[in-house]
Design a protein around this ligand. Sequence first.
Ligand code: ATP
Ligand code: MG
Length: 455
Amino acid sequence: MVLTDRVKRFFGKKKSATEAASIPLKIVPRDEHSVSRSQISDAALKVLYRLNNAGYEAYLVGGGVRDTLLGLNPKDFDVATNATPEQVNNLFRNSRLIGRRFKLVHVVFGREVIEVATFRAPHSDADSPKQASQGEQGMILRDNVYGNKDEDALRRDFTVNALYYSVADFTVHAYAGGWDDLQARRLRMIGDPETRYREDPVRMLRAVRFAAKLGFTLEKATEAPIRELAPLLEQIPPARLFEEVLKLILNGEAVSTLNLLRDYRLFHALFPMAAQAMDQDEYALKLVTNTMTNTDARIRAGKSVTPYFFLAALLWPRVRELQAELEANGEPAYPAMQQAADRALAHQIRTTAIPKRLSIPMREIWELQLRLLKTRSRRTKELLSHPRFRAAYDFLLLRNESGEDLAEYCEFWTQMQEQYPVEPRSERSSSDDQPSDDRAPKRRRPRRNNSNRRR
Ligand code: ATP
Ligand code: MG
């Protein structure tokens, strides 16, 4: 197949036009792949058919195709089309235009959101900086130049994410060797990896997430620049990093994700205090690893996981250290804990944001750690009905398992719960008392000004 000049230009100076022209598109017919409509949500099918019926091209792309081919359940379904965001928006009453830097449309079906993106073209096609702009170091600041499907494929991150499924003829269109990479379980960046990471440093986090979640190996050239470029994550807004952190930790493979993040020095850019503590202190490493092991076990068992619990664990070594310092300087225990929490959180949110709805219960867990040591208090029974008691108790067990000597307190509170079994609420696990919105990174209901997302 012959690619357009614009596509060839995208590949830049490093590749000759002949090489660029040979970038393959493999069309896999229905009887040679395993994607069937029964695996695609009704909502996604509705979007695809409505777009097709209105005369537009529309494909299922990304994780929806990749995961289905791998026999996994996709987390969500994404659609790519040649209709502009405005045209898509006009076609679906239940849709919203989202984002400025990367405009797209969310079509909302109850709790399910189908993300519809218009085919993107290289920035050399831009007519004005309103459509496309890049920062000094190559970071993409605006990405709204529309193109065709071939061009769009080259703007996607990894080859296994450049797979397009059509409900018009049920073929899968695999670009840039994505089909072979999927069979070989290999993650390969499309184009020049360094350039693509500079355009959007979050792609480094995505590389690690997909490698861990899918058990794929990072192809050499894709892996090579990551350690050196990891500090570029500092340029990413903390709110966007927070969204990525949820996806990283709640993907069912938090332990291997964490190992890869540390290995590639990416973890330091996300959680500098936790990273430092884990490098220096066996206890911190154990605490965080045990937390991630529990998180994975809960997700595998189909249970929900609340981010405040693992976030509380990530920051705990530093909070505990600060609290001890303040106490040593004469501050009473409780105010010392509050100040330690203030400082640790203030420092943390400069890199990865933590919304208030999570930092409030994090503080509660930390503060309750002090109250759980007061086993002679007359108010021990009262504490059992504290809304955060169960989380704080689980946290105490975790600290004990990770090397703090708290066995006596753990035993006390275990017995208290046996002696005074309480209402169903407290019998639930630490992680079950959180509104569903804070759980696994399902797509949320769209916000009007969601300009976080960027390619
Ligand atoms: P999952 O939904 O399981 O996290 P996904 O591959 O579907 O995986 P999404 O974030 O839903 O990831 O994005 C859908 C698709 O959009 C991706 O498969 C990829 O093709 C493209 N994409 C998303 N983010 C980027 C990015 N930062 N750079 C380039 N392409 C991207
Ligand atoms: Mg997706």
